[in-house]
Write a protein that binds this ligand. Structure first.
Ligand SMILES: NC(=O)c1ccc[n+]([C@@H]2O[C@H](COP(=O)([O-])OP(=O)(O)OC[C@H]3O[C@@H](n4cnc5c(N)ncnc54)[C@H](OP(=O)(O)O)[C@@H]3O)[C@@H](O)[C@H]2O)c1
Length: 407
Protein backbone atom coordinates (compact mmCIF):
# COMPACT_ATOMS: atom_id res chain seq x y z
CA UNK A 1 0.00 0.00 0.00
CA UNK A 2 1.26 3.46 -0.84
CA UNK A 3 1.78 6.01 1.93
CA UNK A 4 -0.74 8.82 1.56
CA UNK A 5 1.62 11.79 1.46
CA UNK A 6 -0.33 14.71 2.90
CA UNK A 7 -1.86 12.74 5.73
CA UNK A 8 -0.72 13.89 9.12
CA UNK A 9 2.81 15.23 9.09
CA UNK A 10 3.90 15.30 12.74
CA UNK A 11 4.83 18.80 13.83
CA UNK A 12 4.26 20.59 17.12
CA UNK A 13 2.06 23.59 16.42
CA UNK A 14 2.94 27.08 17.61
CA UNK A 15 0.96 28.60 20.50
CA UNK A 16 -1.32 30.36 19.98
CA UNK A 17 -2.27 28.41 16.89
CA UNK A 18 -4.11 30.51 14.31
CA UNK A 19 -7.25 28.84 13.02
CA UNK A 20 -9.85 29.47 10.31
CA UNK A 21 -13.30 27.92 10.37
CA UNK A 22 -14.93 27.30 6.98
CA UNK A 23 -18.56 26.52 7.76
CA UNK A 24 -18.29 28.07 11.24
CA UNK A 25 -22.06 28.25 11.80
CA UNK A 26 -22.81 24.57 11.08
CA UNK A 27 -22.85 21.50 13.28
CA UNK A 28 -19.12 20.74 12.92
CA UNK A 29 -18.36 24.48 13.12
CA UNK A 30 -20.27 24.75 16.43
CA UNK A 31 -18.50 21.70 17.90
CA UNK A 32 -15.17 23.25 16.93
CA UNK A 33 -16.16 26.57 18.51
CA UNK A 34 -17.03 24.69 21.72
CA UNK A 35 -13.46 23.37 21.86
CA UNK A 36 -11.94 26.79 21.11
CA UNK A 37 -13.91 28.21 24.04
CA UNK A 38 -12.27 25.62 26.30
CA UNK A 39 -8.73 26.81 25.62
CA UNK A 40 -9.00 30.41 24.36
CA UNK A 41 -5.34 31.24 25.01
CA UNK A 42 -4.14 28.41 22.73
CA UNK A 43 -6.04 29.53 19.63
CA UNK A 44 -6.42 32.78 17.67
CA UNK A 45 -9.15 32.95 15.02
CA UNK A 46 -8.07 34.33 11.66
CA UNK A 47 -11.26 33.92 9.60
CA UNK A 48 -14.79 32.50 9.82
CA UNK A 49 -17.26 31.77 7.02
CA UNK A 50 -20.91 30.81 6.54
CA UNK A 51 -23.35 30.48 3.68
CA UNK A 52 -26.03 33.01 4.64
CA UNK A 53 -26.35 32.88 8.44
CA UNK A 54 -24.73 36.31 8.77
CA UNK A 55 -26.05 37.13 12.26
CA UNK A 56 -24.58 33.99 13.85
CA UNK A 57 -21.35 34.46 11.90
CA UNK A 58 -20.95 38.05 13.07
CA UNK A 59 -21.50 36.98 16.67
CA UNK A 60 -18.74 34.35 16.37
CA UNK A 61 -16.40 36.79 14.65
CA UNK A 62 -16.85 39.29 17.49
CA UNK A 63 -16.57 36.68 20.25
CA UNK A 64 -13.25 35.35 18.91
CA UNK A 65 -11.86 38.63 17.53
CA UNK A 66 -11.58 37.15 14.03
CA UNK A 67 -9.77 39.25 11.44
CA UNK A 68 -12.06 38.34 8.55
CA UNK A 69 -15.64 37.08 8.16
CA UNK A 70 -17.28 36.07 4.88
CA UNK A 71 -20.69 34.84 3.73
CA UNK A 72 -20.96 32.86 0.49
CA UNK A 73 -24.34 34.34 -0.38
CA UNK A 74 -23.98 38.01 -1.41
CA UNK A 75 -27.59 38.62 -0.31
CA UNK A 76 -26.47 38.12 3.31
CA UNK A 77 -23.68 40.71 3.08
CA UNK A 78 -25.58 43.76 4.35
CA UNK A 79 -26.53 41.98 7.56
CA UNK A 80 -22.91 40.87 8.08
CA UNK A 81 -21.48 44.33 7.35
CA UNK A 82 -23.94 46.07 9.69
CA UNK A 83 -23.42 43.56 12.49
CA UNK A 84 -19.63 43.99 12.30
CA UNK A 85 -19.47 47.73 11.72
CA UNK A 86 -17.06 49.43 14.10
CA UNK A 87 -15.49 46.10 15.11
CA UNK A 88 -12.43 46.41 12.84
CA UNK A 89 -13.22 42.96 11.43
CA UNK A 90 -12.90 42.83 7.64
CA UNK A 91 -15.88 41.38 5.77
CA UNK A 92 -16.51 39.77 2.41
CA UNK A 93 -19.25 38.07 0.39
CA UNK A 94 -19.50 35.56 -2.44
CA UNK A 95 -17.72 32.32 -3.26
CA UNK A 96 -14.42 34.17 -3.87
CA UNK A 97 -14.57 35.75 -0.40
CA UNK A 98 -14.86 32.26 1.14
CA UNK A 99 -11.78 31.23 -0.87
CA UNK A 100 -10.04 34.38 0.38
CA UNK A 101 -10.82 33.33 3.97
CA UNK A 102 -9.14 29.99 3.30
CA UNK A 103 -6.12 31.70 1.76
CA UNK A 104 -5.47 33.92 4.77
CA UNK A 105 -2.52 32.84 6.90
CA UNK A 106 -4.00 30.45 9.48
CA UNK A 107 -1.96 27.43 10.59
CA UNK A 108 -5.04 25.22 10.85
CA UNK A 109 -8.22 25.27 8.78
CA UNK A 110 -11.44 23.44 9.61
CA UNK A 111 -13.09 22.43 6.29
CA UNK A 112 -16.73 22.06 7.31
CA UNK A 113 -18.72 23.50 4.43
CA UNK A 114 -21.34 21.04 3.16
CA UNK A 115 -21.17 19.68 -0.37
CA UNK A 116 -19.00 20.25 -3.42
CA UNK A 117 -19.10 24.00 -2.59
CA UNK A 118 -16.29 23.15 -0.17
CA UNK A 119 -13.90 22.11 -2.95
CA UNK A 120 -12.42 25.49 -3.95
CA UNK A 121 -11.96 26.91 -0.42
CA UNK A 122 -10.60 23.65 1.02
CA UNK A 123 -8.16 23.33 -1.84
CA UNK A 124 -7.13 26.97 -1.36
CA UNK A 125 -6.14 26.16 2.23
CA UNK A 126 -4.32 22.96 1.20
CA UNK A 127 -2.48 24.70 -1.65
CA UNK A 128 -0.81 27.14 0.72
CA UNK A 129 0.43 24.19 2.83
CA UNK A 130 -1.91 24.63 5.81
CA UNK A 131 -2.98 21.89 8.19
CA UNK A 132 -6.47 21.03 6.92
CA UNK A 133 -8.89 19.34 9.30
CA UNK A 134 -11.16 17.73 6.74
CA UNK A 135 -14.76 17.24 7.84
CA UNK A 136 -16.28 17.74 4.40
CA UNK A 137 -16.27 14.44 2.52
CA UNK A 138 -17.89 15.67 -0.70
CA UNK A 139 -14.75 17.45 -1.88
CA UNK A 140 -12.79 14.16 -1.79
CA UNK A 141 -15.64 12.35 -3.54
CA UNK A 142 -15.87 15.10 -6.15
CA UNK A 143 -12.11 15.40 -6.85
CA UNK A 144 -10.20 13.14 -4.44
CA UNK A 145 -7.17 12.22 -6.57
CA UNK A 146 -6.69 15.86 -7.58
CA UNK A 147 -7.16 17.14 -4.03
CA UNK A 148 -4.66 14.71 -2.48
CA UNK A 149 -2.13 15.35 -5.27
CA UNK A 150 -2.28 19.14 -4.88
CA UNK A 151 -2.23 18.90 -1.07
CA UNK A 152 0.88 16.68 -1.21
CA UNK A 153 2.61 19.01 -3.68
CA UNK A 154 2.00 21.98 -1.38
CA UNK A 155 3.19 20.11 1.74
CA UNK A 156 -0.23 20.41 3.37
CA UNK A 157 -1.15 18.17 6.28
CA UNK A 158 -4.62 16.63 5.91
CA UNK A 159 -6.22 15.41 9.14
CA UNK A 160 -9.45 13.37 8.89
CA UNK A 161 -12.28 14.73 11.05
CA UNK A 162 -15.02 12.35 9.94
CA UNK A 163 -15.29 10.05 12.97
CA UNK A 164 -14.74 6.84 10.99
CA UNK A 165 -11.68 8.16 9.15
CA UNK A 166 -10.32 9.73 12.27
CA UNK A 167 -10.67 6.31 13.94
CA UNK A 168 -8.83 4.62 11.07
CA UNK A 169 -6.14 7.30 11.19
CA UNK A 170 -5.66 6.61 14.91
CA UNK A 171 -5.68 2.81 14.44
CA UNK A 172 -3.16 3.05 11.59
CA UNK A 173 -0.62 4.21 14.17
CA UNK A 174 -0.47 0.61 15.46
CA UNK A 175 1.44 -0.85 12.52
CA UNK A 176 3.18 -0.35 9.18
CA UNK A 177 1.08 0.65 6.19
CA UNK A 178 2.34 -2.35 4.19
CA UNK A 179 1.01 -4.67 6.92
CA UNK A 180 -2.58 -3.39 6.64
CA UNK A 181 -4.93 -6.00 5.10
CA UNK A 182 -8.17 -4.01 5.18
CA UNK A 183 -10.01 -1.26 7.00
CA UNK A 184 -13.58 -1.41 8.25
CA UNK A 185 -15.83 1.65 8.57
CA UNK A 186 -18.76 1.30 10.95
CA UNK A 187 -22.24 2.59 10.10
CA UNK A 188 -25.02 3.23 12.59
CA UNK A 189 -27.51 1.96 9.99
CA UNK A 190 -29.53 5.18 10.37
CA UNK A 191 -33.13 5.53 11.54
CA UNK A 192 -34.51 2.95 9.07
CA UNK A 193 -32.11 0.09 9.81
CA UNK A 194 -34.92 -2.28 10.77
CA UNK A 195 -37.61 -0.97 8.38
CA UNK A 196 -38.87 -3.22 5.54
CA UNK A 197 -38.05 -2.04 2.00
CA UNK A 198 -41.56 -0.81 1.20
CA UNK A 199 -41.71 1.30 4.38
CA UNK A 200 -38.28 2.85 3.69
CA UNK A 201 -39.41 4.10 0.28
CA UNK A 202 -42.16 6.14 1.93
CA UNK A 203 -40.51 7.66 5.01
CA UNK A 204 -40.98 11.38 5.65
CA UNK A 205 -38.41 14.16 5.95
CA UNK A 206 -39.12 14.42 9.68
CA UNK A 207 -38.40 10.68 10.16
CA UNK A 208 -35.21 10.89 8.08
CA UNK A 209 -33.92 13.82 10.16
CA UNK A 210 -34.10 11.80 13.42
CA UNK A 211 -30.71 10.14 13.52
CA UNK A 212 -30.50 7.51 16.27
CA UNK A 213 -26.97 8.30 17.53
CA UNK A 214 -25.48 11.47 15.98
CA UNK A 215 -26.61 15.13 15.89
CA UNK A 216 -25.49 16.57 12.55
CA UNK A 217 -26.38 18.97 9.74
CA UNK A 218 -29.33 18.23 7.46
CA UNK A 219 -27.48 16.91 4.40
CA UNK A 220 -25.26 14.43 6.25
CA UNK A 221 -28.25 13.28 8.35
CA UNK A 222 -30.24 12.42 5.21
CA UNK A 223 -27.14 10.76 3.72
CA UNK A 224 -26.89 8.65 6.87
CA UNK A 225 -30.51 7.57 6.50
CA UNK A 226 -29.97 6.36 2.90
CA UNK A 227 -26.50 4.94 3.78
CA UNK A 228 -25.10 7.11 0.96
CA UNK A 229 -23.04 8.68 3.73
CA UNK A 230 -21.19 5.38 4.17
CA UNK A 231 -20.74 5.14 0.42
CA UNK A 232 -19.24 8.63 0.29
CA UNK A 233 -17.01 7.62 3.20
CA UNK A 234 -15.71 4.57 1.29
CA UNK A 235 -14.59 6.89 -1.50
CA UNK A 236 -13.16 9.33 1.06
CA UNK A 237 -11.18 6.49 2.70
CA UNK A 238 -9.87 5.33 -0.68
CA UNK A 239 -8.28 8.75 -1.23
CA UNK A 240 -7.21 9.54 2.32
CA UNK A 241 -5.48 6.22 2.96
CA UNK A 242 -4.52 5.26 -0.62
CA UNK A 243 -6.32 1.91 -0.28
CA UNK A 244 -7.79 -0.22 -3.07
CA UNK A 245 -11.60 -0.57 -3.09
CA UNK A 246 -11.30 -4.29 -2.13
CA UNK A 247 -9.50 -3.30 1.09
CA UNK A 248 -12.44 -1.15 2.27
CA UNK A 249 -15.30 -2.73 4.20
CA UNK A 250 -18.42 -1.52 6.02
CA UNK A 251 -20.15 -3.09 9.00
CA UNK A 252 -23.36 -1.84 10.59
CA UNK A 253 -22.89 -1.13 14.30
CA UNK A 254 -26.03 0.56 15.69
CA UNK A 255 -24.46 1.82 18.95
CA UNK A 256 -21.85 4.00 17.12
CA UNK A 257 -19.21 3.33 19.75
CA UNK A 258 -16.57 1.68 17.56
CA UNK A 259 -15.91 4.15 14.75
CA UNK A 260 -13.41 2.31 12.60
CA UNK A 261 -11.12 -0.73 12.59
CA UNK A 262 -7.86 -1.69 10.90
CA UNK A 263 -7.04 -5.33 10.26
CA UNK A 264 -3.34 -6.16 9.98
CA UNK A 265 -1.80 -9.12 8.12
CA UNK A 266 -1.29 -11.13 11.34
CA UNK A 267 -5.03 -11.07 12.09
CA UNK A 268 -4.83 -8.31 14.72
CA UNK A 269 -7.71 -5.84 14.50
CA UNK A 270 -7.15 -2.40 16.03
CA UNK A 271 -10.22 -0.24 16.69
CA UNK A 272 -10.91 3.25 18.01
CA UNK A 273 -13.85 3.69 20.38
CA UNK A 274 -15.55 6.73 21.88
CA UNK A 275 -18.94 8.29 22.59
CA UNK A 276 -20.71 9.45 19.44
CA UNK A 277 -19.65 13.10 19.90
CA UNK A 278 -17.86 14.89 17.05
CA UNK A 279 -15.90 16.97 19.57
CA UNK A 280 -13.66 13.92 20.10
CA UNK A 281 -12.33 13.58 16.52
CA UNK A 282 -12.31 17.38 16.11
CA UNK A 283 -10.22 17.72 19.29
CA UNK A 284 -7.85 15.06 17.97
CA UNK A 285 -7.28 17.19 14.88
CA UNK A 286 -7.25 20.55 16.69
CA UNK A 287 -4.57 19.56 19.19
CA UNK A 288 -2.67 17.22 16.82
CA UNK A 289 -0.10 15.80 17.42
CA UNK A 290 -0.86 16.10 21.15
CA UNK A 291 -4.24 15.58 22.87
CA UNK A 292 -6.59 18.03 24.55
CA UNK A 293 -9.48 17.58 26.98
CA UNK A 294 -13.09 17.61 25.74
CA UNK A 295 -16.48 17.87 27.46
CA UNK A 296 -17.63 14.71 25.58
CA UNK A 297 -19.23 11.96 27.66
CA UNK A 298 -16.77 9.26 28.74
CA UNK A 299 -17.35 5.76 27.46
CA UNK A 300 -18.81 3.38 30.05
CA UNK A 301 -18.62 -0.08 28.48
CA UNK A 302 -20.26 -1.88 31.42
CA UNK A 303 -23.23 0.49 31.19
CA UNK A 304 -23.45 -0.07 27.44
CA UNK A 305 -23.44 -3.82 27.99
CA UNK A 306 -23.68 -4.98 24.39
CA UNK A 307 -22.17 -3.91 21.09
CA UNK A 308 -23.78 -5.45 18.02
CA UNK A 309 -22.80 -5.77 14.36
CA UNK A 310 -24.54 -6.74 11.14
CA UNK A 311 -23.98 -6.71 7.38
CA UNK A 312 -25.39 -3.70 5.48
CA UNK A 313 -28.42 -4.70 3.37
CA UNK A 314 -27.82 -3.72 -0.30
CA UNK A 315 -31.44 -4.36 -1.27
CA UNK A 316 -33.04 -2.01 1.25
CA UNK A 317 -30.14 0.50 1.04
CA UNK A 318 -29.05 0.63 -2.63
CA UNK A 319 -27.09 3.89 -2.17
CA UNK A 320 -24.12 2.07 -0.66
CA UNK A 321 -23.86 -0.21 -3.72
CA UNK A 322 -24.12 2.84 -6.02
CA UNK A 323 -21.16 4.45 -4.26
CA UNK A 324 -19.18 1.20 -4.57
CA UNK A 325 -20.01 1.14 -8.28
CA UNK A 326 -18.72 4.72 -8.68
CA UNK A 327 -15.58 3.88 -6.72
CA UNK A 328 -14.89 0.80 -8.85
CA UNK A 329 -15.59 2.56 -12.15
CA UNK A 330 -13.43 5.49 -10.98
CA UNK A 331 -12.69 8.46 -13.25
CA UNK A 332 -15.49 11.01 -13.04
CA UNK A 333 -18.08 8.52 -11.70
CA UNK A 334 -17.69 9.59 -8.03
CA UNK A 335 -18.02 13.26 -9.09
CA UNK A 336 -21.29 12.41 -10.86
CA UNK A 337 -22.50 10.33 -7.90
CA UNK A 338 -21.86 13.19 -5.48
CA UNK A 339 -23.53 15.85 -7.62
CA UNK A 340 -26.60 13.68 -8.27
CA UNK A 341 -26.87 12.87 -4.58
CA UNK A 342 -26.68 16.57 -3.63
CA UNK A 343 -29.52 17.29 -6.06
CA UNK A 344 -31.56 14.32 -4.81
CA UNK A 345 -31.18 15.26 -1.14
CA UNK A 346 -32.10 18.89 -1.84
CA UNK A 347 -35.23 17.74 -3.74
CA UNK A 348 -36.17 15.40 -0.88
CA UNK A 349 -35.70 18.17 1.68
CA UNK A 350 -37.87 20.45 -0.48
CA UNK A 351 -40.48 17.64 -0.63
CA UNK A 352 -40.35 17.27 -4.41
CA UNK A 353 -38.87 13.75 -4.30
CA UNK A 354 -39.75 10.75 -2.14
CA UNK A 355 -37.07 9.10 0.01
CA UNK A 356 -36.96 6.06 -2.30
CA UNK A 357 -36.32 8.42 -5.20
CA UNK A 358 -32.92 9.52 -3.81
CA UNK A 359 -30.96 6.40 -4.86
CA UNK A 360 -33.10 6.07 -8.01
CA UNK A 361 -32.16 9.57 -9.15
CA UNK A 362 -28.48 8.95 -8.39
CA UNK A 363 -28.52 5.67 -10.34
CA UNK A 364 -30.33 7.19 -13.34
CA UNK A 365 -27.85 10.11 -13.39
CA UNK A 366 -24.85 7.75 -13.25
CA UNK A 367 -26.34 5.71 -16.12
CA UNK A 368 -27.00 8.85 -18.18
CA UNK A 369 -23.50 10.26 -17.57
CA UNK A 370 -21.91 6.95 -18.55
CA UNK A 371 -23.97 6.90 -21.76
CA UNK A 372 -22.70 10.42 -22.52
CA UNK A 373 -19.10 9.21 -22.16
CA UNK A 374 -16.37 11.69 -21.09
CA UNK A 375 -15.92 10.00 -17.73
CA UNK A 376 -12.17 10.60 -17.33
CA UNK A 377 -10.96 11.64 -13.87
CA UNK A 378 -10.98 15.44 -13.51
CA UNK A 379 -7.46 16.87 -13.83
CA UNK A 380 -8.28 20.34 -12.54
CA UNK A 381 -10.82 22.04 -10.29
CA UNK A 382 -12.45 23.51 -13.39
CA UNK A 383 -12.85 20.02 -14.90
CA UNK A 384 -14.28 18.65 -11.64
CA UNK A 385 -16.77 21.51 -11.40
CA UNK A 386 -17.73 21.07 -15.08
CA UNK A 387 -18.51 17.35 -14.47
CA UNK A 388 -20.40 18.36 -11.31
CA UNK A 389 -22.49 20.95 -13.18
CA UNK A 390 -23.24 18.57 -16.04
CA UNK A 391 -24.36 15.86 -13.59
CA UNK A 392 -26.60 18.35 -11.76
CA UNK A 393 -28.21 19.24 -15.11
CA UNK A 394 -28.72 15.55 -15.96
CA UNK A 395 -30.26 14.94 -12.53
CA UNK A 396 -32.58 17.94 -12.93
CA UNK A 397 -33.74 16.61 -16.32
CA UNK A 398 -34.37 13.13 -14.91
CA UNK A 399 -36.10 14.40 -11.78
CA UNK A 400 -39.75 14.61 -13.00
CA UNK A 401 -39.75 11.00 -14.20
CA UNK A 402 -37.99 9.61 -11.10
CA UNK A 403 -40.16 11.69 -8.74
CA UNK A 404 -43.32 10.37 -10.41
CA UNK A 405 -42.06 6.77 -10.11
CA UNK A 406 -41.05 7.24 -6.46
CA UNK A 407 -44.29 8.87 -5.34
N1 LIG B 1 -22.12 17.06 11.48
C1 LIG B 1 -21.39 16.01 11.64
O1 LIG B 1 -21.42 15.37 12.70
C2 LIG B 1 -20.46 15.53 10.55
C3 LIG B 1 -19.72 14.38 10.77
C4 LIG B 1 -18.81 13.98 9.78
C5 LIG B 1 -18.66 14.71 8.62
N2 LIG B 1 -19.42 15.83 8.43
C6 LIG B 1 -19.27 16.58 7.19
O2 LIG B 1 -18.91 17.92 7.49
C7 LIG B 1 -19.50 18.83 6.56
C8 LIG B 1 -20.34 19.85 7.34
O3 LIG B 1 -21.39 19.16 7.99
P1 LIG B 1 -22.34 19.87 9.06
O4 LIG B 1 -23.17 18.77 9.61
O5 LIG B 1 -21.54 20.73 9.97
O6 LIG B 1 -23.24 20.75 8.07
P2 LIG B 1 -24.18 22.00 8.45
O7 LIG B 1 -24.59 21.94 9.87
O8 LIG B 1 -25.24 22.02 7.42
O9 LIG B 1 -23.21 23.27 8.27
C9 LIG B 1 -22.67 23.60 7.02
C10 LIG B 1 -21.83 24.84 7.11
O10 LIG B 1 -21.38 25.21 5.81
C11 LIG B 1 -21.98 26.47 5.41
N3 LIG B 1 -22.36 26.33 4.01
C12 LIG B 1 -23.36 25.60 3.50
N4 LIG B 1 -23.41 25.72 2.16
C13 LIG B 1 -22.41 26.57 1.82
C14 LIG B 1 -21.97 27.11 0.59
N5 LIG B 1 -22.56 26.81 -0.57
N6 LIG B 1 -20.89 27.94 0.61
C15 LIG B 1 -20.29 28.28 1.77
N7 LIG B 1 -20.69 27.80 2.96
C16 LIG B 1 -21.74 26.96 2.99
C17 LIG B 1 -23.16 26.68 6.34
O11 LIG B 1 -23.50 28.07 6.50
P3 LIG B 1 -24.98 28.55 6.98
O12 LIG B 1 -25.04 28.26 8.46
O13 LIG B 1 -25.01 29.99 6.67
O14 LIG B 1 -25.97 27.73 6.19
C18 LIG B 1 -22.62 26.08 7.63
O15 LIG B 1 -21.71 26.97 8.25
C19 LIG B 1 -20.31 17.96 5.60
O16 LIG B 1 -19.57 17.71 4.45
C20 LIG B 1 -20.55 16.67 6.37
O17 LIG B 1 -20.68 15.53 5.54
C21 LIG B 1 -20.32 16.26 9.37
Amino acid sequence: MKQSQPLARVELSPVPRSVTLLGATGSIGSSTVDLLRQEPSRYRVEAVTAHRNAAALAQLAREFGARFAAVADPAAYDVLKDALSGSGIETGAGADAVVEAAQRPADWVMAAITGAASLRPTLAAAERGATVALANKECLVCAGALFMRLAAAAGACVLPVDSEHNAIFQALGAGRREDVRRIILTASGGPFRTFPAEAIRKVTLEQALKHPTWTMGQKVTIDSATLMNKGLELIEAHHLFALAPEALDVVVHPQSVIHGLVEYRDGSVVAQLGSPDMRIPIAHCLAWPVRMGTPAARLDLAKLGTLTFEEPDPIRFPALALARRALTVGGAAPTVLNAANEVAVREFVDRRLGFGGIPSLVEATLDAAERQGAMAAPQSVEEALAVDHNARRLAADLLPEIAAMAS
